[in-house]
Design a protein around this ligand. Structure first.
Ligand code: RB5
Length: 157
């Protein structure tokens, strides 16, 4: 599985620790930050990771900032991305199984590395269940996304 990851200065250290422990099991693309710069901005890394997932370059994305909130807000602006902020293992796998979540967001100032690793592992091992009710709900999510996109295009003309 191709996994893309990114973090601002708030998530820089946790990203590096997690990726070091995931590299032997997954094909990891690290889109930065590649140094800890307190002046960097989470939207830059979140957009890059979200676009990599939306384009199919990676199947899953991992985003880390201080709280995970900013990263999640940005990622969900990119069509095709379903990002969730999960600080527990249940949400991390259930979000994939039921909601087809494809980007996991974490807050490095909220959890420690061992719990983060368990959450990431639960996320990466989970698969969308494809049960009828979950397909139906996903279809509704995609229809909402499509309506928003169509409106944006119409408004710009
Ligand atoms: C950066 O200091 C911090 O605001 C950012 O990492 C994140 O927590 C935003 O949601």
């Amino acid at each position: 599985m191709h996994v893309v990851a990114g973090a601002d200065h708030g998530g820089y250290s946790l990203k590096n620790e997690l990726l070091a422990r995931l590299r032997d099991q997954y094909d990891i693309l690290d889109l930065g930050a590649h140094k800890c710069d307190p002046d960097d901005d989470y939207p830059d890394f979140s957009a890059a990771v979200a676009q990599a997932v939306a384009s199919g370059r990676a199947q899953r994305g991992i985003l880390i900032c201080g709280s995970g909130v900013g990263a999640c807000v940005v990622a969900n602006k990119v069509p095709g991305v379903r990002a969730g902020l999960c600080h527990d293992t249940y949400s991390a796998h259930q979000g994939v199984e039921d909601d087809d979540m494809n980007v996991l967001c974490l807050g490095a100032r909220v959890i420690g590395v061992e719990l983060a690793l368990e959450i990431v592992t639960a996320f990466l091992k989970a698969r969308f269940s494809k049960e009828e009710r979950h397909r139906r709900r996903l279809k509704k999510v995609l229809a909402i996304e499509k309506r928003a996109l169509t409106k944006t295009i119409a408004d710009s003309n």
